[in-house]
Design a protein around this ligand. Structure first.
Ligand code: GTP
Ligand code: MG
Length: 195
């Protein structure tokens, strides 16, 4: 993918009306702090257009990044962020659900899991939702730079087993630091959007 134009076009909070876009969308879902915003920056070749933070709970709105006027990369708030109140968690959950159920342009939901961790119950719920709604599940195992090469396969197996992935399901190790996996993710994104 040659990046010619990127911009943050639309920001939606809990009371926002969601946009009815005319170009296809890919959403990035996952636990708080897993690296969703960092992945979107890496895909767009930007350092900090999508705001990131070492503390979880950074992205609190749904942010639509326009790429080349031909698609949106959609940054979602993370789930499982312990520090906010139950009612805020529920409001974010409802916002995400509302978007995932209502968007007419959503073509794929990429699920991000930290490569060092066993998937959580929330991860499993998200995975099941993706499959149930007919999307091809694409799992991205983030922060692969944090592991030695020899550990990567073992951790991928733990993620596969935790989510009960079918044989041959795609799981892509990715690092926002080394950009490992970036080309593979773009290839898949383009295939899902334009094939
Ligand atoms: P929320 O918006 O809070 O849901 O988090 P997020 O999933 O958008 O995560 P974000 O991209 O803000 O990254 C969280 C932290 O992890 C930041 O300190 C990032 O620098 C770090 N991080 C993200 N990706 C990587 C990676 O591939 N490798 C390493 N080492 N750190 C990463
Ligand atoms: Mg974020």
């Amino acid at each position: 993918m040659v990046i010619k134009h990127v911009a943050l076009d639309i920001v939606c909070g809990i009371t926002s009306i969601l946009p009815e876009n005319e170009v296809p969308e890919i959403a990035f879902a996952g636990k708080s702090n897993v690296g969703k915003s960092s992945l979107i920056n890496a895909l767009m070749n930007r350092k900090s257009l999508a705001r990131t933070s070492a503390s979880p709970g950074k992205t609190q709105t749904i942010n639509f990044y326009n790429v080349n006027h031909e698609m949106y990369l959609v940054d979602l708030p993370g789930y499982g962020y312990a520090k906010v109140s139950q009612s805020v968690k529920e409001q974010w959950g409802k916002l995400i659900e509302r978007y995932l159920h209502k968007s007419k342009q959503l073509k794929a939901v990429f699920l991000l899991i930290d490569i060092r961790h066993k998937p959580s119950e929330n991860d499993k719920t998200m995975y099941d939702w993706i499959v149930y709604n007919g999307y091809q599940p694409i799992i991205i195992a983030t922060k692969s730079d944090k592991l030695k090469r020899s550990q990567i396969q073992k951790q991928l197996k733990i993620i596969k087993e935790g989510l009960e992935l079918p044989k041959g399901a795609q799981i892509i190790p990715f690092s926002a630091q080394t950009k490992q996996g970036r080309e593979e993710i773009w290839a898949l994104a383009e295939e899902l959007l334009f094939a």
